[in-house]
Design a protein around this ligand. Structure first.
Ligand SMILES: C[S@@+](CC[C@H](N)C(=O)[O-])C[C@H]1O[C@@H](n2cnc3c(N)ncnc32)[C@H](O)[C@@H]1O
Length: 212
């Protein structure tokens, strides 16, 4: 037990130094700063949208796991003000034209209340991610659970014909989840946008044409 503490400390120090080095070298990080977005994640959604045509003006969008908020910033540009609802475990700063909630999507009451607030939704986007433990299987399992919760939200809120974008870390149950999405949408693709880091195991599943 006594050995654990300094080990954890040095591991997190190395992690922070690595992330700083990453950021210094990362073009998307600088681009997001220059263009005034809250996070480099904006470019993942933008690239997905440019390839799969996810949004239309006037769509109602729910952004799950939205903090710090760059996906919501992009969504509101694409669909217009007051059509985007964002939720995250952590508090988010306001974004003009976006309704922001704080809550845990793994809680059924939160999920159901959000569906009542949102009404009929055209597009559900989920970039929810667990805290990374570094254990590949555990991180995959936690990410899968969050992706399943996002799919459950589609069950209660997504319009027939609506679209879905969800992040999931790859692992042994990835294919099963992909099959679940395939059974509920007319068009489904797994995709890794260029803006995803090469070292990341994250994939995005895009589902279009919800069968209802
Ligand atoms: C990668 S970040 C999202 C980045 C965001 N798309 C953006 O563009 O700024 C993942 C987010 O998922 C959130 N999250 C994780 N578990 C969640 C849960 N159970 N309910 C709601 N949000 C959750 C985290 O708090 C974190 O802010």
């Amino acid at each position: 037990m006594r050995i654990d503490f300094p080990l954890k400390l040095s591991t997190s120090k190395v992690y922070i130094e690595l992330m700083c080095a990453y950021k210094r070298k990362d073009g998307y990080y600088h681009k997001a700063k220059e263009e005034g977005y809250r996070s480099r994640a904006i470019y993942k959604l933008k690239q997905i949208d440019e390839k799969f045509y996810v949004f239309d003006q006037g769509d109602t969008v729910v952004d799950l796991g939205a903090a710090p908020g760059s996906w919501s910033e992009y969504a509101v540009e694409r669909v217009g003000k007051d059509n985007v609802i964002a939720i995250d475990l952590v508090r988010m700063r306001d974004i003009e034209g976006v309704s922001i909630y704080q809550g845990d999507l793994t809680d059924d009451e939160v999920l159901n209340r959000l569906s009542i607030i949102a009404g009929e939704v055209d597009v559900v986007i989920s970039d929810m991610a667990p805290d990374i433990s570094g254990n590949y299987s555990m991180d995959h399992a936690r990410s899968l659970y969050l992706a399943q919760r996002a799919l459950k939200f589609c069950d209660v809120a997504l319009k027939k014909g609506g679209h879905f974008v969800v992040k999931i870390f790859q692992g042994e149950d990835f294919k099963n989840f992909l099959e679940d999405v395939k059974s509920q949408f007319s068009f489904v693709k797994a995709h890794s946008p260029k803006a995803s880091r090469e070292s990341s195991s994250e994939m995005y599943i895009i589902g279009k044409g919800y069968k209802g």
